[in-house]
Design a protein. Structure first.
Length: 225
């Protein structure tokens, strides 16, 4: 997989890719991530990429031309499965979308800033708009990092234990069961006996029960899905 991320502040987004699972996925060649500084595509000497809104109102708007130049350059080099704009009014990110996107070859992600991008960018180039939740961030960078993490960990082979992503929350419309590690008794608080029993079938049944119980209690809405 290849992911191209376009931003006016690319430094803001690099560090999540420099540690843990995303770094390993890059090092092992499961994914290539490229950052593009939009200012490089500015058409004036001041490296300007935003301007006042037509019709007045507070907040600067990211101009269509530098974005067009950047996206067009990338598109001339390869085909993209999706060109995503991070936006609070996009489809809210969920595990199903992450699963679908993890199967793609080339993704482009545009991060907005200021008041957002000129509507014509969305009309002309964007194939998918994704929000990471009903709140407003200062820029799309942190959202793009969240999106990339949710996708990259699902690429087959990225997580050491192949089954580990499959047993995460939301994969079967269920939350995860409780998990424990050593010690078996912490100040009188004991690990459930069944987990120490060695009966794998019974343990799985217990985990299924607990996952269902937890989902019913905390997120009945995803069960109904
Ligand atoms: N004026 C816009 C908000 C702009 S916030 C509005 O009211 O809808 C600036 C940028 O941050 C956006 O262009 C978008 O790329 C990013 N952003 C803000 N909130 C986000 C969210 N919840 N999910 C994804 N991206 C978000």
């Amino acid at each position: 997989m290849r992911i191209d991320i376009i931003s006016v502040v690319p430094d803001l987004i690099k560090s999540p890719f420099e540690g843990s699972i995303m770094q390993r996925a890059i090092e092992k060649g499961f994914v290539e991530v490229h950052f593009h500084n939009l200012r490089k595509y500015s058409t004036n000497n001041y490296k300007q990429v935003d301007d006042y809104q037509y019709g007045g109102g507070a907040g600067m708007v990211m101009m269509v031309e530098p974005i067009d130049k950047c996206i067009s350059e990338l598109k001339s080099e390869r085909d993209y499965d999706e060109i995503i704009y991070m936006s609070p009014d996009g489809e809210t990110l969920n595990q199903k979308q992450a699963n679908q996107l993890s199967l793609k070859g080339n993704l482009m992600i545009l991060c907005g800033h200021y008041k957002g991008v000129d509507q014509r960018v969305r009309d002309l180039f964007i194939t998918k708009e994704i929000s990471i939740g009903d709140y407003v961030l200062s820029g799309g960078e942190l959202g793009a990092a969240v999106l990339c993490d949710s996708i990259i960990r699902l690429i087959p082979g990225v997580l050491g234990d192949e089954t580990s992503a499959l047993t995460d929350c939301f994969q079967d419309n269920l939350l995860s069961p409780p998990i424990y590690t050593r010690p078996a008794d912490y100040k009188g608080h004991k690990v459930p006996e069944i987990l120490l029993s060695g009966h794998q079938q019974k343990i799985e049944a217990w985990r299924d029960d607990k996952a269902l119980e937890r989902t019913k209690a905390l997120r009945p809405d995803i069960l109904e899905d």
